[in-house]
Design a protein around this ligand. Sequence first.
Ligand code: GZL
Length: 342
Amino acid sequence: MKPRNPVSRRVFLSILGSASIAVGCARSESEAERATSKPGSANDTARRAPKKLSEIVIGFSQTGAESSWRVAHSKSVQEEAEKRKIQLLFADGQNVHNNQINAVNGFITKGVDIIVIAPQESLGWKPTLKEAKRAGIPVVLTSRGVDADEDLYETVLVADFVWEGRQAGEWLAKQTNGSARIIELVGTPAADVATMRKAGFAEAIAKHPDMKIIASQSGDFTRTKGKAVMETLLSAHKGEINAVYAHNDDMALGAIQAIEAAGLKPGKDILVVSVDAVKPAFEAMIEGKLNATVECSAVHGPLLFDTIEKIARGEKVPKRTIVPGKVFERDQAAALISTRPY
Ligand code: GZL
């Protein structure tokens, strides 16, 4: 029997009365046959007794803890699950792509109700996402996207990374009257967020022929690597550099340490602009060492769980849910740091 409409292959969670949940999944015969051979498959889900919201199990595969932003992101998701009394299985990928693939395959075997992924890398997800679909388990992406057909996931919850890169480029163009020798510290190269922040920045500075990226290297979104890369580039380009664009605050803070170690004044001799707007970046702006940061909110928890509950009710959700941000500059930092949520 072919499911009447494609949506029927998703796990349906309809909230009945006192937040109890009926979990069911209509499947085509061939899928039903396939599913019955595996314990904990969606077919079993279809036979599961109605669940209370608090009995739903979510499998969350997180990249790791590479940056202050990521730590705040994990905290936001875990606190929201706690608040809504929804069971969250948290798998720390330790920034290794294959760890995440293994974790998600484990969630599928276990037969969780919904899978949430913050992907370290964008490539290599298709087979695993197809397996989740076959098992009737909806997938929600958060903080980064994947290179896979849209019908393999419900929605991706991200910022507009191209906009972020563009804001950084436009800010720097204004500060330098369109004349700069720039070091770019790139995030994890295989992550869409790095590709997009790079593209947005390049688009903005392309309007200014005298703004040149003299070197672009990955610091993998970490403070340690940001510092190491900046040390190398400072000695390779002695006296040439007057600006740094870092794809996240952690790499910018590492670069600031390297600039100071080289006897230069970050924020003055070399302007520094980055993305995320984490509290340590506000502290660096108050010290005058970071000039600006483009906010990429890490507080995904509330919106993520609202989205999950919409999917559960069978409501349509947009394929891409954009989390808005804004630009913060050095002279605003002291007044705003106490209001920062992460
Ligand atoms: C953005 C997120 C990025 C942050 C970095 O959504 O994927 O990864 O900007 C983090 O700090 O490492």
